[in-house]
Design a protein around this ligand. Structure first.
Ligand SMILES: C[S@@+](CC[C@H](N)C(=O)[O-])C[C@H]1O[C@@H](n2cnc3c(N)ncnc32)[C@H](O)[C@@H]1O
Length: 324
């Protein structure tokens, strides 16, 4: 695997541990009881804030998990072993994305994330979520070439972005395009199936993004929404190679994630940055990677980067056509 291209702009000061502030943050997080206390306090605050904004965090978790648990055998790909980088603590859940607690809270956390994008506006969670996704797809639109028959949402989690993609295609009149989701977490996929009550998503695949097992050249559009910051650089490069294999020539890949140029992200207050870093093990690797350059090195063309909101950017690219 070639070396990952490094980002042209320095990551936010709080990301790199060699920076004095980053160093201090790292030291504090190494003190186990302090870390535990910080997580507990942050979790309480997140849930309280979300519930005060109309997200029924705890009640919804209870309902989703109760309905999803019986579906687990149907979504599970037997023998699928998640890679070691995936089995670490994420978002303050010790079992990372593989536990029921994470799966039962992902929808609420995604809505809370959407609300944080526009803190000065009293938006309903669903309104913020719709605005977030519509801004993403509006940026993807100009890069689409040819009809959309088969669309894949990789790292789909509980399907919030997958269903938003389905809504957007319906609005565009692409009713015959099929949308599929893929994730490494079986509990997340079981919750996704509960949320997709009407069966609007054609398939929920339990697979690793770097080795999907799906047919090559069979997708017209692939999205990775808020996934790359959860991957070490080597995994991101492996995923890009697999996405290049899955897309038909001229097919479009869209990567949405935190924007390293965002002033909101760059100026995050130190305590918030401390907590963020402690719950996102590969954040530093994400911010240090030059994603557009990595796409070009992986054989993609037409690479375009555009902010979609004050915190996030979309990087869109096309799988190159092989010259005839
Ligand atoms: C922050 S969530 C994505 C949220 C979702 N796409 C959305 O837009 O709301 C990241 C997801 O990526 C998944 N993921 C991380 N690494 C993966 C991998 N190597 N293969 C497949 N899924 C992966 C995690 O299980 C998790 O569900």
């Amino acid at each position: 695997m070639p070396a990952a291209p490094q980002a042209p702009t320095a990551p936010p000061n709080w990301v790199a541990s060699r920076h004095p502030l980053g160093w201090l943050i790292d030291r504090l997080l190494q003190v186990g009881p302090l870390r535990g206390l910080l997580f507990q306090q942050a979790r309480r605050l997140i849930i309280r804030t979300a519930e005060s904004r109309g997200i029924a965090w705890r009640a919804r978790r209870h309902d989703l998990v109760a309905q999803a648990e019986p579906l687990l055998p149907a979504v599970l790909c037997p023998g699928l072993e998640p890679p070691p980088y995936y089995r670490v603590r994420f978002h303050a859940y010790d079992a990372g994305n593989l536990c029921w607690e994470a799966a039962g809270e992902a929808e609420q956390a995604t809505d809370a994330m959407a609300l944080r994008v526009w803190p000065g506006e009293a938006l309903a969670p669903q309104v913020a979520q719709r605005r977030l996704r519509e801004a993403i797809f509006a940026i993807v639109e100009p890069s689409l070439e040819g009809p959309l028959r088969r669309v894949l949402d990789v790292g789909c989690s509980v399907g919030v972005g997958t269903l938003a993609l389905r809504d957007w295609l319906d609005q565009r009149g692409d009713r015959t395009a099929v949308v599929e989701g893929l994730d490494l977490s079986a509990p997340m996929l079981a919750v996704a199936r509960v949320r997709d009550r009407e069966g609007r998503i054609a398939a929920w695949h339990h697979a690793a993004a770097e080795a999907t097992g799906l047919a090559g050249g069979s997708f017209d559009l692939i999205t990775l929404q808020f996934v790359c910051h959860e991957l070490p650089q080597a995994a991101t490069l492996a995923v890009l190679a697999e996405m290049g294999r899955l897309l038909r020539p001229g097919g479009t890949l869209a990567l949405v994630d935190q924007d390293p140029q965002s002033t909101v992200i760059r100026r995050l207050p130190a305590p918030i940055a401390t907590l963020l870093k402690s719950t996102e093990p590969y954040l530093e690797e994400y911010f240090c990677l030059d994603l557009p350059a990595a796409l070009e090195a992986s054989g993609f063309g037409g690479v375009r980067t555009q902010p979609c909101d004050p915190r996030h950017r979309v990087v869109v690219a096309q799988r190159m056509r092989v010259p005839e």
